[in-house]
Ligand binder design. Structure first.
Ligand code: ADP
Length: 627
């Protein structure tokens, strides 16, 4: 920030100085041009009349007048006549040159002998101007020019004096011809031009000035005696040198910047133009006079300030542009860096991902292998379980076989007797009776089919297919198959299940297998007991499942038996009576449904086995899980 401020300040300074230098050069050139113009205007004004005194010095009438002796004698009449002639001539001459205030001729004593203003009452005639420098110089033989205020008319003017020599008197100086030209016109022109300018004489006295307040001021303070002398010789009592402008004329030809502000010398018209002015001067050719022009520096300064502001603005724009470019480069670099970093991070990430993917692929492969292994193991296990269940079923069938054969024996014997009788009746020709017998045989065959069919369907090796099972129906089927055996064992059956009351979502065949197992075990446990009651009841639980309880009045379950009840091959029965697999298989079957098999002792003695079965609503949840 400091550097930027410094650069801007420098730019402003340099801009200001360059513009000011250039402006000053232009101002100087303009001032110089103005000086040249004014000088040539003055020169034209003056040179227009310079020749007139020369012309006068050659005029025969004037010479004649000057030749006439200056006395009050007899020739006085002739002299006044000649004087009149010359006066008229001078009047005509003056009238032709508007600016010339007066043209007059002096004799060697410095007295005016003829004058163009002879007609006016305050004419110069007979005035003694012998003390005037122009007279004194001219009478000594040198043409002279001088600015002066003449005492008679109290009017400033430019005096050109020319000695008049008489050819007939051996070129002796016989008088002086003088032309007094007004230069006020020049001054008026300057005022109209409204630009400060002045003419100073060789002594540094301001003769003409716009502003007019500076007239008769001096450039530098003059010594008192010199002032007094000048007043006497040239300015006819005018106040002179009251004001000193403090201008060193030696410096002004090249142009000098000065300040008039706050000084007594400052006229009001100047104050409006600013404080500082460029003062330039040049010598008027053929004179000791100098022409001075003043040019206000204010426009140059305001222009320089404008250029300085422009330089600051341009520099500021350039700096801003440079800053913008730098910032942009930085942003691009940062973006590039970020991109490189991002790419590196990307590569690293990709490598890691590839590594992880490889790891995961390996893990997945391992897992797949394991899952495959598990699936195979599960399949094997399931197959084994199925086999086991089937084996259990066959074992149950084996137990049932005795009862069934007994059941079938009776109708079979009847069939044999009836068919034998039918043959005999047919031989006798009693076909009607034979037909009756055969009908009974038919019914018996149906009855035997009724015994065998459920057995067949029970023995069938089928995978568990869950369906809505009426619990009472399954209980009924199991009891039907064990009917003979229970009856033989003297067991009273108290079946409290009501058909169509409780339903479960399970496989009927398997449930039947479990029930046959439990009922068989109960019958076995009650063999030695006097009271043999088998109670089967089903009740619904609050969660929708169904509890099917098989209770007996048997020996109950001692602690050690209760603990190991469901262990495979645990049995308390003798060899050939039990394998110890019944309860283990039964629990597997029930758990396969999503239920459980529990055992407990009854309060009054005996054991109770509870089959917890999923309710019929289990179907929806099972379907919603695996539609
Ligand atoms: P098994 O009947 O072949 O012995 P189980 O697994 O069916 O095999 O039964 C295991 C054992 O549980 C039986 O040996 C028996 O001691 C006991 N048990 C089963 N049911 C009852 C019951 N209702 N009352 C008393 N003990 C029982």
């Amino acid at each position: 920030m400091a550097a930027i401020v410094l650069i801007l300040a420098l730019a402003g300074l340099v801009g200001y100085q360059v513009a000011e230098r250039f402006g000053m050069r232009v101002l100087r050139a303009e001032a110089q041009h103005r000086l040249d113009l004014l000088a040539s205007a003055i020169d034209a004004d003056v040179t227009r009349v310079t020749h007139i005194p020369g012309v006068l010095s050659l005029n025969a009438d004037i010479l004649d007048l000057l030749r006439l002796p200056n006395g009050e004698s007899g020739e006085h009449g002739k002299r006044s006549e000649q004087r009149r002639v010359v006066n008229r001539y001078l009047e005509r001459l003056s009238a032709q040159h508007v600016d010339s205030l007066a043209v007059f001729v002096m004799d060697v004593t410095g007295r005016v002998v003829a004058s163009s203003d002879w007609i006016l009452s305050d004419n110069l005639l007979d005035a003694d101007l012998s003390r005037r420098p122009y007279f004194r110089e001219a009478i000594n033989g040198a043409p002279f020019r001088q600015y002066a205020v003449d005492g008679v008319r109290d009017e400033p003017g430019y005096f050109f004096a020319q000695p008049i020599r008489d050819e007939k008197q051996d070129w002796r100086i016989v008088g002086v011809a003088v032309l007094k030209a007004s230069i006020r016109g020049v001054e008026r022109g300057w005022l109209a031009n409204d630009a400060p300018a002045m003419i100073v004489d060789g002594n540094g006295v301001v003769l003409l000035s716009a502003p007019p307040e500076w007239r008769y001021a001096t450039l530098q303070p003059l010594p008192g005696e010199q002032v007094a002398e000048l007043i006497k010789a040239q300015f006819d009592g005018r106040q002179l040198g009251i004001l000193s402008l403090g201008i060193d004329i030696g410096k002004t030809p090249a142009g000098e910047v000065m300040e008039f502000s706050g000084r007594a010398a400052e006229p009001a018209s100047l104050a409006a133009r600013g404080k500082r002015f460029l003062v330039m001067s040049r010598n008027l050719p053929g004179t000791a006079w100098h022409l001075l022009v003043l040019s206000s520096v204010r426009p140059v300064r305001s222009q320089a300030i404008a250029y300085a502001a422009l330089a600051v603005a341009v520099s500021a724009s350039l700096i801003l542009w440079a800053l913008y470019l730098r910032q942009r480069r930085r942003v691009l670099q940062a973006r590039l860096g970020a991109q490189v970093l991002l790419e590196a991070a990307n590569r690293e990430l990709e490598d890691k991902v590839a590594m992880r993917t490889a790891d995961m692929t390996r893990t997945v492969q391992t897992l797949e292998a394991e899952v495959g292994e598990r699936l195979r193991a599960e399949k094997t296990l399931r197959a084994a379980q199925e086999e086991l269940i089937q084996a259990g079923k066959l074992a149950v069938l084996g137990q049932l076989a005795t009862g069934i054969t007994h059941e079938l024996n009776q109708p079979l014997g009847a069939v044999r007797t009836l068919t034998g009788n039918a043959i005999e009746f047919m031989r006798r020709g009693e076909t009607e009776t034979a037909e009756k017998n055969l009908r009974i045989v038919c019914d018996l065959a149906d009855q035997m089919g009724g015994i065998i069919t459920p057995l067949k369907s029970f023995a069938r090796k089928s995978p568990a297919v869950p369906s809505r099972v009426d619990v009472a129906h399954a209980v009924g089927s199991a009891l039907f198959l064990l009917d003979q055996s229970l009856r033989r064992s003297g067991v009273r059956v108290d079946n409290r299940c009501v058909a169509g009351e409780r339903y479960s979502w399970c496989d009927q065949n398997r449930l039947q297998q479990v029930l046959i197992n439990l009922i068989g075990n109960a019958a076995d446990a009650m063999t030695a007991c006097p009271e043999r009651v088998l109670e089967i009841a089903a009740e619904a639980r609050s969660d929708g499942s169904v509890c099917l309880a098989v209770s007996d009045t048997g020996c109950g379950l001692p602690e050690d038996v209760l603990n190991r009840l469901f262990e495979p091959f645990f049995t308390t029965k003798g060899a050939g009576e039990g394998l110890g697999l019944g309860l283990a298989i039964s629990r597997d079957i029930v758990r396969d449904f999503g239920g459980d098999l529990l055992a407990e002792n009854r309060v009054g003695g005996g054991a109770r086995f509870i089959i917890v079965l999923p309710g019929e609503n289990a179907r929806e949840s099972a379907e919603s899980v695996s539609p």
